[in-house]
Design a protein around this ligand. Sequence first.
Ligand code: F6R
Length: 616
Amino acid sequence: MCGIIGYIGYRNAVPVLMQGLEQLEYRGYDSAGIACYDHKKADFILVKEKGKLAALREKVGDFCFDAHVGIGHTRWATHGEPSRVNAHPHTDASERIALVHNGIIENYDTLKKELQRKKIRFVSQTDTEVGVQLIGRQYGKTPQKDLFEAAKEAIPKIHGYFAFALLSKDHPETLIAYKRSNPLVIGIGQGENFVASDVTALLPYTRQVVYLEDDDLAVVTRKDVRVFSLKSHSWVRRSPVTVHWNISQARKQGYPHFMLKEMHEQPEVLKNILKKRITKKEDIFFDTLPRGFPGRLKQIEQVYMVSCGTAHHAGLVGSLAIEQYTRLPCRTQVSSEFRYGNPILSRKDLVVLITQSGETADTLAALREAKAKGAATLAVVNVVGSTIAREADAVIYTHAGPEIGVASTKAYIAQLATLLLLAFYLGKLRKKIQTSQLKRLIKDFKKIPDQCSKVLKEGKRFEACAKKYFSRRNFLYLGRGYNYPTALEGALKLKEISYAHAHGYAAGEMKHGPIALIDHEQPVICIAPDSPTYDKMISNIQEIKARDGIVVAIGSQGDQNLEKIADDLFMIPKTIEVFSPILTVIPLQFLAYRVAVLNGRDVDQPRNLAKSVTVE
Ligand code: F6R
């Protein structure tokens, strides 16, 4: 939520900042702004605009800059409505420092009142302005106008979780950056350096990055980066690492939307995961598990899957697989409930945190809660080097590549594949799966990427279906077993990008309420592939038809029952139930995508949402 970018070097700062903001726009699009230090004018040039980046881009065109340093921001509003005045960067009362911010200042009200008593006038409704005014006041007191010293003194007074980038007029040869539980990376160039909320903004310039840790205050110049830890009160060394993503992965490559491009990348993502995780001897291998961790996994008596949104749906599938293949009890909870639920945990528990971004605030808090209570923690994460990946006892990367579309698609598929492999791995480790059974599972799994391509090729057929129903305002999704989470995920995809109301239900619950919704106008998406509960799904479908409802069915190839009763039917290749959620979700992604496009929605940047939810 909110994207931060900073640049210092030899290039014209404005295009660098604008390009960075373009890559970060998925983090928020309520307003955008930049502040650069113009060397000729010896002053800041501050440009901000309400709305998407395009509005800022138009405005920036009116200015002539001679700037080689600057900061920029794209906002997802928390405190104060989306408006020009609330857009970042914000400046202090003396207008000598500018700041961009991601996250929340929790004690902003108390701090604001204190500052107002000292006659400081506020112009915006944001918590951000409190941060810059507080640092600005401290700045005024430092003898040499030292922004680092001012930030070092002021930041500990601020409560909450946030990241800052700061620039002063008096020392434009230095950028200051600070991180506390919100992501911030430093890009290392030659004669130039960068600050960004995530690495995708840095990929056009460098793949060498330093991931800041919590309470790191970085001093960034053209030539070097020094990091002071406010935790240890000392200068610390943070080694750069090489990022393996490339810029073309973060571009649309001819697709009209990132979401569509990312859906089409799914077979490759799956192939890549299987290649990385399955050894020549047909065993499962997780390269990043620390020594001793597998030993700890052998002692575990209970597993928790903790995550948000789409990742939670992946957790529900993973949890069924863990119970089936390890016979360990596995509970699934959304992070926000887990963290405040005072969970009963001990060393015998394993808490698996599932997250694409590795920065989701509630999941990070859940991780800290689990660690504090002594449980073993394992993060299943897409973004390498993210906070959750670094703080968990162990990490398994999902290797989906950068996901830019706000609606998660390929990251979900990658989470499903990784969690299934984890379930099989644990089953083998705990001797609940025999080698021969594992071999059979792997054989079936290896067919899935091609089967996934097949489903994608036929995805166009869903266009006709979307055309029939795109103006409906209510959709019901039903599934059972491994495909109950698919029903939840299908409904979430549709509502988040098309804004139609969609509800996912366990099909067995239909008679306990949702059946009242069914009439001749109600589309019901029924996920009914081969499975032990297939007959039960067919009974549910009959009940819907008996009440004149519209059945859009997802079934397994050759299913003649469904051919007879469904109004619209989409077939997936045959596979065993545990793998079916990887295939059944694809038609639902298509349906959501097409319905959103036909309704003229902004598919990649749906209203009110942001890709990475770094505030509660
Ligand atoms: C929906 C979606 C969100 C995320 C959720 C968790 O398409 O993308 O529901 O799944 O915000 O995000 P991560 O996985 O980054 O923790």
